[in-house]
Design a protein around this ligand. Structure first.
Ligand code: ATP
Length: 209
């Protein structure tokens, strides 16, 4: 059967349960062989309260170590400069020529998808799943693009190699990394917002305080 690989990018500063719960659900719902969490590139000179690239990766590794469907892919984070989604997807296509790639993004980001570098070609490389987020309406432009793609490629990722844009809902957890950094700075608890071992890592390394 055709391999199906999911890609989910973000800053993950830090990774939290609002990332992890949807990631697990997406891997299950789309029958993914695995879902890659891809921390983005950030300039090394960014100061606190931001974790270093290595720390962001380590927290992701800790958070996913017991979840076989989730893999940390640090290629973008460890590059010496920022790269485009188009470039990363092209790399994956070379590595997995026969796989179906599924790129996940929030509805907020999707509404500006037409400003992305070579966005039309992104749709030739991968399928896309747009994750519904509360308070993020679908723009007219984005709704029209979904319809155009549906006419050519269908509406469901299952069975499609590229070009499909499917909307999907996950369990909504109103958690953000910004909120976690703020709570740490205010010496408030972050229990149950991040995995216990990630919390221990944050405390041990004095992050965000
Ligand atoms: P920050 O608060 O620093 O902006 P963040 O919590 O939004 O960070 P990111 O690392 O920027 O996290 O997000 C990575 C991806 O995860 C994005 O596609 C974003 O839409 C999604 N995401 C973040 N938080 C949630 C959440 N609570 N529920 C669903 N998706 C989320």
């Amino acid at each position: 059967m055709q391999q199906r690989i999911g890609l989910f990018g973000g800053t993950f500063d830090p990774v939290h349960n609002g990332h992890l719960r949807p990631a697990i659900e997406l891997a299950e719902s789309f029958a993914l062989d695995h879902l890659r969490l891809i921390p983005n590139h950030r300039p090394a000179h960014r100061g606190k309260p931001t974790a270093t690239t290595e720390q962001r990766i380590e927290m992701l590794e800790i958070a996913t170590s017991e979840i076989p469907s989730l893999i940390v892919d640090s290629r973008e984070a460890l590059r010496d400069k920022a790269s485009y989604t188009f470039d990363t997807l092209s790399e994956f296509k070379n590595e997995y020529p026969d796989a179906s790639l599924v790129f996940f993004m929030g509805l907020d980001a999707f509404s500006q998808f037409d400003s992305w570098y070579r966005w039309q070609e992104i749709l030739q490389l991968a399928n896309m799943v747009v994750i519904d987020r509360p308070d993020s309406p679908l723009s007219e432009w984005a709704a029209a693009l979904i319809e155009t793609q549906a006419k050519q490629h269908g509406r469901k990722v299952a069975g499609a190699k590229a070009g499909v844009i499917e909307r999907h809902s996950v369990t909504q957890l109103a958690i953000s990394a910004t909120d976690i950094r703020t709570r740490m700075a205010n010496r408030q608890s972050i229990d149950f917002l991040v995995p216990e071992r990630v919390k221990q890592y944050i405390v041990q390394h004095g992050l965000y305080s």
